[in-house]
Design a protein around this ligand. Structure first.
Ligand code: TMP
Length: 205
């Protein structure tokens, strides 16, 4: 039924939108079909990148935005070279929970580094390595705040307030005018979102 074809898929969106859950659900489904697939995440995906993730997200250090973005790029470079590219070379489907679009939105837009500047760094340092398709989970700020109240593990971004979430939503709106993005209404039921994702993947592989 399926042709073996390498494919790089990312899940993006505001925290609490359900993207991580849905990305793992897709991974489990593809695995059950006995197709080659890996699930990974950013920041992270390798031992070094996970170490950097911890530094960036958990430790309240006084790194500035330039230092933060360079750490994210270092982590991403290691992730691409050691996990993503080798898997794609073997014909695997690669599913990543977040990737470069998060940098364009969180550092580029929200933290004022500049979306274009972040994109141009990505172009120059990482050869503009981008996913084939990106599922973008949209959810209003009020729904996000309600969902995050019930979350147990919070990173430094989870704790921020309404204005921050508005800016994240606006950032995604700004970068997503491109046919690589498949928009997902994250207020819909888990099963209808899953159906939409599976249908899209079926057309691609
Ligand atoms: P999450 O994996 O639970 O969504 O949390 C990761 C957090 O890291 C999230 O708040 C967004 C943030 N982040 C950035 O600020 N820049 C990035 O490039 C990436 C990948 C994530």
């Amino acid at each position: 039924m399926y042709k073996k074809r390498s494919l790089f898929i990312t899940f993006e969106g505001i925290e609490g939108s359900g993207k991580s859950y849905q990305s793992r659900k897709l991974f489990n489904k593809i695995k059950k079909m006995k197709l080659p697939v890996i699930h990974t995440r950013e920041p992270g995906g390798t031992k070094l990148a996970e170490f950097l993730r911890n530094l960036i997200l958990k430790i309240k250090s006084d790194i500035n935005i330039e230092e933060e973005i360079l750490m994210l790029m270092a982590a991403r470079s290691h992730h691409i070279n050691n996990i993503i590219k080798p898997a794609l070379d073997k014909g695997s489907l690669v599913i990543s929970d977040r990737f470069a679009d998060s940098t364009f939105v969180y550092q580029g837009h929200v933290n004022n580094f500049g979306i274009q500047k972040a994109k141009s760094l990505h172009k120059n340092i990482l050869n503009n390595f981008l996913p084939h398709k990106t599922f973008l989970f949209n959810l209003s700020t009020s729904k996000i705040i309600a969902r995050l109240k019930n979350r147990r593990s919070k990173n430094k971004y989870d704790k921020l307030e309404r204005n921050f979430h508005d800016q994240v939503n606006r950032g995604y709106e700004l970068i997503s005018k491109n046919k690589r993005f498949i928009k997902i209404d994250a207020s819909k039921s888990i099963s209808s979102i899953n159906k939409k994702i599976i249908n899209t993947i079926n057309l691609l592989i």
